[in-house]
Design a protein around this ligand. Structure first.
Ligand code: NAD
Length: 685
C-alpha cells in the first residue's frame, strides 16, 4: 500500500495520508492523493471524499527528505494536487488532527470543507526558512481568517491552536472527539450540496487594508527579506484577484528561494538534523534507559539542569554539600516555576507536579540508583575529582556520570573513576532551563552507547545537542575567546563598547560582546583570564578588562560593568567613566587611537570566530562545519539568517575571508587556507 491509502465507507471515499513520521507531502503521497481523487470521481457509488492523516497529525507539509532533490517538484507538484482537490466534482472534507502545517495546511485550505480537533494546531512556518507559503497559503488563509490574523500567522510562522480559530471560515467545525467521524458525517450531509464552496471565492476582509498593511511593513523584522515579502503577498491578496494574487505569490516565492538569507535558514534547519548523527555511532546503537536522574550542586547551573529533567517528567534528586545552599537552590527553582506560572506558561498544578519530581538531599545514598548523574559543582578540578571519586564508589553499575564543566579536562575527570567509559560531558548554557544548546562532550574513553544515550536524552529534554571533543572551552567558548579578544583589542585601538556592540548587533548578533559580558558577569571571564595568564604567561593581557573587574564592575549584577545600569533596570547605558578608562589605557600603552569603521569591527570579531572554528574542525573537535554553526546559532545569538559563522564565511567566499584575515596581519587556519586555495567551502551541500 502506498503512502496515500484509499478506502470507502458507504458513499464516502477516504484518502488517508500515511507517510510517517509526519505525513510529509512527498512525491509518492502527492501522486496517491491525485489518484485517489480520480478514483473517487470515477466511482458512481462515491458522493464525497474525506482527506485525513494517519498517525499523529494531518500533515506537517513538504517532505524534508526530498529537499533539494528532483522529487520535490516532480509532477504532480503540490500545486497540481491542490488544483485537483479544488476541481473535484465531489466535495472534499479535510479532517485535521495533530498538525496541519505549511503545505499540509495549504492542502487543507483547498478543500471544500475542513473540520479540526480542538487539540489540533495549524501554521504556515515557511518564513522561518526565509520563504513564504508558495502553494496558495498567502491567498487562501486571509480569505479564511481575515487579513490581520493571516498576516500575523504568516509573518511570524507561529503555530496556532485550532480552537483559537474556531468561528472563522478556516473550520466548518472544531471540537472534541474523533475528528474523522465528524468529517465522514459532514461529507454525507454535504454530498449533494452545490455549488461546492471554495475559499478562493471569498473576499479578503479588513476595515482598512492599506493602513494596516503600511503598519505591518513598518513592524516586521527587517533583518532578512522574507517577512516583508510575506506582507507583499498578503497585500496582493487584499487588492487583486485570486488568480493574480497567486501569480504574485509564486514570483515572490521564487525571488526568496535563491536569497542568501533563505539558504542560511535552510542550512540552520538541516544543521540541527545533521548534528544528531555521529559518524562512528550507528543510529541503532542500543541506548540505556533514563528513568531517573541526579544533579550534584544546586547552584546557578545545577538548579536549571534539574528543571530540565523535571520538565520532561524525569524524577531528579539534587544533592548539595550544605543544607543552606540546598534550601536556597530549591527555593530558586520554585521561584522560577512560579514566575512561569505568573506568565501563564504553567498551571499551579503543573508547578507542584514538577516540584514534586525534584527531591533535595545531602546524602549520596539518595542518588546512587539514578540512571544518570550530572555534576555541576564549583569549576575546580580538585573539587570535581573528589565528587567523581565518590560517584564512582556510590553509583549503581551502568549509571552515566556526566559533568557540566565548561573548561576542565573531561578525560582527567574520567580517570578519577574506575569507569571512564561511563563518563561524558554535558555542557549546559546559562540559564540552563532556558538555553537550547547542549554541548555533549565526548571524552577519549566515553562509550558509544553512553554518547548515543545522552544524545537521545537531549532530545527528550528538548535541547539542541552538538557533540564536541575535549579541548579548553569545547566548541563554543573556545571560539568565543578570540572573538572577545578582538573586541577588547578594538577598544585599545580606538573603539568604545557601545560602538562595538552596535556594529555587531546591526550585523544581527542578539547581543554585542560587552552587553553579553555584563549579563554573564565579567568576573567569570576574569577568573578564566587569570588562569590563562598563569598557564600561558607569554600571551598578552587585557588590562582594561582586568581593571574593570578590579573596580568591582562585574556587570548587571553589580549595577556596573562595561555600561552603567540604573537600579532595577537592564538597559545598558554608556558610562563616561569607562570610556575615559579605555582612552587612558590606550595612552599609557602608547597606542594612537583611530576611528574604526563598523565593517572592521564586524570582520575582526566574526572572522576570529571563523578562524578558530576552522581549527576546531581540523582538530576533529567538531564533527562537521554545520555543528559549529549550530553551536553559535543555538547558544550564542548568532543571526539565523546568516546561517552560523562557517556558513557566513562560505557566503562571503573563503578566498575573500583569507584575504581579509591577511589584511589584519593574521595567519589563516591551515584548513581555511587549504579550502580557499581549492575553491571549496566549509559546508558541502
Ligand atoms: P555555582 O557556584 O552557582 O554552584 C555550584 C554549587 O555546587 C554550589 O551551590 C555549591 O554549594 C555546590 N557544591 C560545591 N562543591 C560541592 C560538593 N562537593 N558537593 C555538592 N555540592 C557542591 O556554580 P555554577 O555557575 O552553577 O557552575 C557549576 C558548574 O557549571 C561549573 O563547572 C561551571 O563551570 C559550569 N558552568 C557554568 C555556567 C554559568 O554560566 N554559570 C555555564 C556553563 C557551565
Amino acid at each position: 500500500m502506498g503512502p496515500a491509502e484509499y478506502s470507502t465507507r458507504g458513499a464516502v471515499a477516504v484518502i488517508t495520508l500515511n507517510n510517517p513520521p509526519v505525513n510529509g507531502l512527498g512525491h509518492a503521497l502527492r501522486r496517491g492523493i491525485v489518484d485517489g481523487l480520480d478514483r473517487a470521481a470515477a466511482d458512481p457509488g462515491v458522493k464525497a471524499v474525506v482527506l485525513a492523516g494517519a498517525g499523529k497529525g494531518f500533515s506537517a507539509g513538504a517532505d524534508i527528505r526530498e529537499f533539494g532533490t528532483p522529487q520535490m517538484t516532480a509532477d504532480p507538484s503540490l500545486h497540481a494536487v491542490i488544483q485537483a482537490v479544488e476541481a473535484s466534482p465531489k466535495p472534499v472534507v479535510a479532517a485535521i488532527h495533530g498538525v496541519a502545517m505549511g503545505g499540509g495546511l495549504e492542502l487543507a485550505l483547498a478543500c471544500h470543507y475542513r473540520v479540526a480537533a480542538s487539540t489540533a494546531h495549524v501554521a504556515l512556518p515557511e518564513v522561518k526558512l526565509g520563504l513564504l507559503p508558495g502553494a496558495g497559503g498567502t491567498q487562501r488563509l486571509p480569505r479564511a481568517v481575515g487579513l490581520e490574523t493571516a498576516l500575523n500567522m504568516i509573518v511570524s510562522g507561529t503555530t496556532v491552536p485550532a480552537a483559537q480559530l474556531e468561528g472563522t471560515r478556516l473550520f466548518d467545525a472544531v471540537g472534541e472527539g474523533d475528528v474523522f467521524e465528524w468529517a465522514a458525517a459532514l461529507a454525507e450531509t454535504v454530498a449533494d450540496r452545490r455549488p461546492l464552496p471554495l475559499l478562493r471565492d471569498l473576499p479578503v476582509t479588513h476595515p482598512s487594508p492599506e493602513g494596516f498593511l503600511a503598519f505591518a511593513r513598518g513592524a516586521v523584522s527587517k533583518g532578512y527579506p522574507a517577512p516583508l515579502r510575506c506582507v507583499d503577498a498578503l497585500a496582493a491578496a487584499a487588492s487583486q484577484s485570486f488568480e493574480e494574487g497567486l501569480r504574485v505569490e509564486r514570483d515572490l516565492f521564487l525571488s526568496l528561494l535563491g536569497t542568501t538569507e533563505s539558504r542560511a535558514l535552510r542550512h540552520a534547519f538541516f544543521a540541527e538534523r545533521a548534528a544528531a548523527k555521529i559518524a562512528d555511532v550507528p543510529e541503532d546503537t542500543e541506548v540505556r534507559p533514563i528513568r531517573s536522574a541526579a544533579v550534584i550542586g544546586a547552584g546557578t547551573m545545577g538548579g536549571g539542569i534539574a528543571m530540565n529533567f523535571a520538565n520532561a517528567g524525569i524524577p531528579v534528586t539534587v544533592l548539595e554539600a550544605e543544607r543552606a545552599r540546598l534550601d536556597q537552590g530549591m527555593a530558586t527553582i520554585r521561584k522560577r516555576y512560579e514566575g512561569s506560572a505568573r506568565k501563564g506558561k504553567l498551571t499551579s498544578a503543573q508547578v507542584e507536579e514538577r516540584m514534586g519530581l525534584i527531591r533535595p538531599t545531602l546524602g549520596y545514598a539518595d542518588v546512587a540508583s539514578a540512571d544518570i548523574v550530572v555534576e555541576a559543582v564549583f569549576e575546580d578540578m580538585a573539587v570535581k575529582q573528589a565528587v567523581f571519586k565518590t560517584l564512582d564508589e556510590t553509583m549503581k553499575a551502568g549509571a552515566i556520570l556526566a559533568s557540566n564543566t565548561s573548561t576542565l579536562d573531561l578525560d582527567a575527570l574520567a580517570r578519577s573513576t574506575r569507569r571512564p567509559a561511563d563518563v561524558i560531558g554535558t555542557h549546559f548554557f546559562s540559564p540552563a532551563h532556558v538555553m537550547k544548546l547542549l554541548e555533549v562532550v565526548r571524552g577519549a574513553a566515553t562509550g558509544k552507547d553512553v554518547l548515543a544515550t545522552v544524545m537521545r536524552l537531549a532530545r527528550t529534554i528538548k535541547k539542541t545537542a552538538v557533540v564536541s571533543g575535549v579541548c579548553d572551552g569545547f566548541i563554543g567558548n573556545r571560539m568565543l575567546e578570540p572573538y572577545l579578544r578582538q573586541s577588547l583589542l578594538l577598544l585599545e585601538e580606538g573603539a568604545l563598547p557601545a560602538q562595538v556592540d552596535r556594529a555587531l548587533e546591526s550585523f544581527g548578533m542578539a547581543m554585542g560582546p560587552f552587553r553579553m559580558n555584563d549579563l554573564a558577569g565579567n568576573d567569570i571571564g576574569w577568573s578564566i583570564r587569570k588562569r590563562r595568564y598563569r598557564e600561558h604567561p607569554e600571551t598578552g593581557r587585557s588590562l582594561v578588562a582586568d581593571r574593570l573587574c578590579e573596580q568591582g564592575r562585574f556587570g548587571q549584577k553589580t549595577g556596573a560593568g562595561w555600561y552603567r545600569y540604573e537600579a532595577g533596570r537592564r538597559d545598558a547605558l554608556p558610562d563616561p567613566a569607562v570610556d575615559e578608562m579605555i582612552v587612558e589605557d590606550s595612552r599609557e600603552r602608547g597606542i594612537a587611537r583611530r576611528r574604526i569603521a563598523d565593517d572592521e569591527i564586524v570582520d575582526r570579531c566574526v572572522l576570529a570566530l571563523v578562524n578558530e572554528g576552522a581549527k576546531v574542525l581540523e582538530e576533529g573537535i567538531a564533527q562537521r562545519a554545520s555543528d559549529v554553526d549550530l553551536v553559535y546559532l543555538a547558544g550564542y545569538g548568532f543571526p539565523p539568517f546568516r546561517g552560523g559563522p562557517m556558513f557566513y564565511a562560505d557566503t562571503v567566499g573563503l578566498t575573500t575571508v583569507v584575504r581579509r584575515m591577511k589584511g589584519f596581519g593574521w595567519t589563516p587556519a591551515p584548513l581555511l587556507a587549504r579550502l580557499a586555495g581549492e575553491g571549496q567551502t566549509f559546508n558541502r551541500s
